[in-house]
Design a protein around this ligand. Structure first.
Ligand code: SF4
Length: 733
């Protein structure tokens, strides 16, 4: 049986997998014992990859050939690749000529490989001259990006997975990693079992399986994170637990933050966060001293923070991230073994997308669109005259612009915005109003494919080749074990073939910017990656010392890997120098603000959304396998027992949940771990359970019929973790 080393396509832990195949079908999968992220382990999703891949090859759910719709009322018809690409390239060039480049928008995915991201970024920002390229990572990690940049000067998580084994205290905030990052959580459990003195603090409005492991559980109220972190710093200052030498030598801006947190007294924070003051004191001491009992009795132990969407998916997302990093800077808990902030990426390649600049405000190798020098550098690298200075539209802004008629063409790759974006009614208006919707997908039937004028079949896990980067900056190879079914092509191939058709139309008589030799897929993908590698020279994520051959010989490596380095870099900022002009980290002083859509008398419940252990995103893959429904079989709204009693609800009763964005009807379940007036609903299910319909007659999809498009003004990440809703028992006919 041939075996192929690759990477799990689900979460940002980035586990190595060994794929078994008979050359045609994927027949088995097991954890790669040599991969540093998982050491041979896989969770329920990863260990069943071959079972969800098998029906894919049975061709039941796959998009197998290009389809084109000649008008919106007719069914899509099979066409050749040439006919499909010629048609969409012609229509895009027409829109470009008639309305300008910013009438085009590209919406990508953290599921794409780094090479896919690189090609589309170059196509949009280099060839077409629009910065309207964003990704579903905007819904996932953009607050972490903005938080790192605001404080440390670069979007670079400083810590690594090994720090879990070395920490004296772990602060897990806004992350149910027991379900969302299971293999990493096993490492946390083992660290605790090995070292009972390890202190684990978990802050989350819900008492999750992760919180069950905590020595101190902080059930903070939704949206109170910044106040919690500011109050911890207030206490640290009062008690003398900050690291003043580190603050003086390696940071700037502390005076303003000190002044700001003066107001964040434990009493005030206790009222806003809903937490006892004694727990705030305990958390501040453990976090500052790494679990040590006092500043005098033992040396400061390292503290590691692990955090995810609870901080990111917030209208205060950047402030949440920055306020947590402030704590690490104020206590010197960064740049040493076992210490530092470590954001957990939700998707398998959210990090790789950021590396190539796959957000509307970024350019290659962590460059900023707003920086004229960075634009000039990238223009030179790509061989184009200029990179446009007009800011690109972020995910929400892009769909709002399409709904308003400003964006005429939407190109969507490997994601399902008609299910996964907030404010579904607005998203569907955008998809209906756009003159041209192209969807590049592996799967035939998603909520979004129903809106496509042109559907282009793409390869998926087990067929794709390229690279991804996990949460600890580790670049791993993704390898193909079998050939793609039907006429599916790699996402980067589709991008290159589109670009080559557009070049004579929008940039005539100039040499091609996409001159990769496409005769061998592996070599072409490597050439694209090499171009990305060159763009990183001298940047914080410099990988000019890395090659695919080195990945082959030495295995996955953590960036940076500068020229001449024998291996990757485990930890950042170990010398106390940060990626700012003066080398000092910056304290970011932002006041606490309440949630964007607050509860009121008409909408008295807080709705929280998130992942289940055994499902992935919109379930196009995990939804194919019965055994993955054994954990949770259907979408159920979790409600606190007191509210169940007050509303005379029993498990399984149908309820009507509504707010200004939409309404859904679904069964309830008595929720464990919730506080009164809080609701929880998994994000995975689409349009099956909903009462709303679009003007096209299609159902609005899942929990995002209710979520708000309000976003953080700095990261533009929407507040998917909180919205106010009304809850009524549904009347039976
Ligand atoms: Fe895949 Fe994440 Fe599970 Fe690892 S922890 S096997 S990367 S889903």
């Amino acid at each position: 049986m041939p075996e192929t080393r690759s990477t799990c396509p689900y979460c940002g832990v980035g586990c190595g997998v060994i794929i078994e195949s008979d050359g045609v079908q994927i027949t088995g999968v097991r954890g790669d014992p040599d991969h540093p992220a998982n050491g041979g382990r896989l969770c329920t999703k990863g260990s069943t990859l071959h079972l969800t891949a098998a029906p894919v090859h049975a061709q039941q759910s796959r998009l197998l050939q290009p389809l084109r719709r000649f008008d919106r009322a007719s069914a899509p018809q099979p066409v050749s690749w040439d006919a499909a690409l010629d048609d969409v390239a012609g229509r895009m060039a027409q829109i470009h000529a008639n309305h300008g480049p910013d009438a085009l928008g590209f919406y990508l995915s953290g599921q794409l490989l780094t090479e896919d991201y690189y090609v589309f970024n170059k196509l949009a920002k280099g060839l077409l001259g629009t910065n309207n390229l964003d990704t579903n990572s905007r819904l996932c990690m953009s607050s972490a990006v903005a938080g790192y940049k605001a404080t440390l000067g670069a979007d670079a998580p400083p810590a690594c997975y090994e720090d879990i084994d070395l920490a004296g205290c772990m602060f897990i905030v806004g992350s149910n990693m027991a379900w969302a990052h299971p293999i990493l959580f096993r490492r946390v459990e083992e660290a605790k079992a090995r070292n009972p003195a390890l202190k684990i603090i978990v802050a989350d409005p819900r008492k999750t399986e992760t919180a069950e492991l905590a020595d101190l559980y902080l059930p903070l109220l939704p949206g109170s994170d910044v106040m919690l972190f500011h109050s911890l710093l207030h206490i640290m200052l009062w008690e003398g637990w900050t690291d003043n030498a580190f603050i003086v030598q390696h940071t700037s801006g502390f005076a303003a933050l000190k002044e700001l947190v003066r107001e964040a007294t434990p009493e005030k924070a206790s009222a806003i966060c809903g937490l006892p003051t004694e727990d705030l004191y305990k958390a501040a001491r453990w976090m500052a001293l790494g679990g040590a009992h006092s500043a005098d009795s033992a040396p400061r132990q390292p503290t590691l923070s692990l955090y995810c969407q609870g901080l990111n998916q917030s209208a205060s997302g950047t402030a949440n991230n920055a306020a947590l990093i402030n704590l690490h800077l104020a206590t010197g808990q960064i740049g040493k073994p076992g210490a530092g902030p470590l954001s957990l990426t939700g998707q398998p390649n959210a990090m790789g997308g950021r590396e190539v600049g796959g957000l509307s405000n970024l350019l290659s190798a962590h460059r900023d669109m707003a920086n004229p020098l960075h634009r000039e550098e990238v223009a030179q690298l790509w061989g184009v005259e200029t990179i446009p200075s007009t800011p690109g539209k972020s995910a929400i802004e892009m769909f709002e612009a399409a709904a308003d008629g400003q964006i005429k063409a939407l190109w969507i790759a490997c994601t399902n915005p008609a299910q996964s974006m907030p404010d579904q009614a607005m998203v569907r208006r955008a998809l209906e109003r756009a003159e041209l919707v192209v969807v590049q997908e592996a799967f035939a039937a998603t909520e979004t494919t129903a809106y496509a004028d042109c559907l282009l079949p793409a390869t998926t896990w087990g067929e794709k080749l390229g690279t991804v980067t996990n949460s600890e900056r580790r670049i791993s190879r993704v390898r193909a074990a079998v050939t793609a079914p039907g006429l599916a092509r790699h996402d980067w191939q589709i991008g290159v073939q589109l670009a080559r058709r557009l070049e004579p139309l929008v940039r005539p008589r100039k040499p091609s910017l996409f001159g990769y030799d496409m005769s061998r897929a592996e070599a072409a993908a490597e050439a694209i990656w090499n171009e990305h590698r060159e763009s990183t020279r001298g940047r914080d994520l410099d990988i000019t010392g890395l090659s695919w051959q080195m990945l082959e010989e030495k295995g996955p490596q953590q960036w940076p890997v500068p020229s001449g380095a024998a291996q990757g870099t485990q930890r950042l900022y170990t010398d106390g120098r940060f990626v700012t002009d003066d080398g000092r980290a910056r304290f970011d002083a932002q006041p606490w603000k309440p949630v964007a859509v607050q509860r009121d008398a008409r909408h008295p419940f807080s709705l929280n959304t998130g992942r289940l252990r055994d499902q992935w995103h919109g379930m196009t893959r995990t939804g194919q396998l019965g055994r993955l429904f054994a954990h949770v079989s259907e979408p159920q709204l979790q409600v606190h027992p007191q509210d169940m009693q007050r509303l005379q609800l029993r498990d399984g009763d149908l309820v009507h949940v509504s707010n200004r964005y939409g309404a859904i009807v679904l069964p309830v379940q008595t929720g464990s771990g919730l506080q009164p007036a809080q609701l929880y609903l998994p994000m995975h299910w689409g349009g099956m359970y909903l009462s709303g319909r679009s003007s096209k007659g299609q159902r609005l999809a899942g929990v995002n019929a209710l979520t708000t498009p309000e976003f953080c003004p700095r990261s533009k990440q929407p507040e998917l973790k909180h919205v106010a809703v009304r809850l009524l028992k549904a009347e039976m006919p």
